[in-house]
Design a protein around this ligand. Sequence first.
Ligand code: SAM
Length: 270
Amino acid sequence: MTTDATVTPHGYAYDNDQPSARRHLSALARALDDFTIGRLHHLGLAGKRCLEIGAGGSEIAVWLAAQVGPAGTVVATDLKPRHIGAHPRLTVLRHDITTDPLPDGPFDLIHARLVLMHLPQREQLLAVLAAALAPGGVLMVEDWHATADAVVLDAATDDDRDLFTAYQRAVNQRVFQAAGSDPQWSLRLHQQMRLAGLHDVDTVINAPVWHSGSPGLILALTAIAEHRDRLRDAGLTDADLTRVERLLISSDGGLVVRGHQLYSVSGRKP
Ligand SMILES: C[S@@+](CC[C@H](N)C(=O)[O-])C[C@H]1O[C@@H](n2cnc3c(N)ncnc32)[C@H](O)[C@@H]1O
């Protein structure tokens, strides 16, 4: 076991126990839940057994609990489940998907959004999730394709454009990739689902545009709150980070950004 304190621990780079977590998870929900619900709503969920992995603070687990009705069940898991909502048909579990056995299945629907991309064991975990499906069951995995290249569509000044680009690059590399996240995993998901033996594999890509003050850019604040030291190591000064915060938060910040594309990939167990 290493004792080198400079090695970044692998896994999800943020922490649901931090003060910034509620704002972060709520921004994710506002940015993505409508799209995800649009993907799930046609599945015919009444009476189904559902598993939501790494539920965070999204509304998806509670929404599923309402959809499955009295004959269905929903289990929602998270490493730190304190932000998951409540519903009479929802069971919430503290659970580490990289080490703990899955809750008892099989399941008619398993959904994981923005979890596998952060976990180095993602390929194996996909196979574990596929194996936990009942015949006819659906696995839906949604992950971002995260890039900092040419993402700024408009900014008040060239300095703002360059600063945001440098910031986004530092977050992607020093915070997420350093912790083992794979920003390209989403591009392999469709094939991985097929190789896991799933049929009818289907990919839909959500391509948002984020303006200053919108939930997508509010998300980018969390790296400053939780990993200021790593951003400083990347060459960003405290004055830079204060300017970035203004660009992200204020509705008149003038920043317009091509947001991360969300790859929503589903497959059905034969
Ligand atoms: C980026 S957030 C996504 C939250 C939610 N799925 C959403 O899309 O709004 C990642 C979530 O996965 C959880 N997580 C990270 N590692 C995990 C693990 N090994 N097992 C279970 N959950 C984990 C985190 O605690 C966090 O709530």
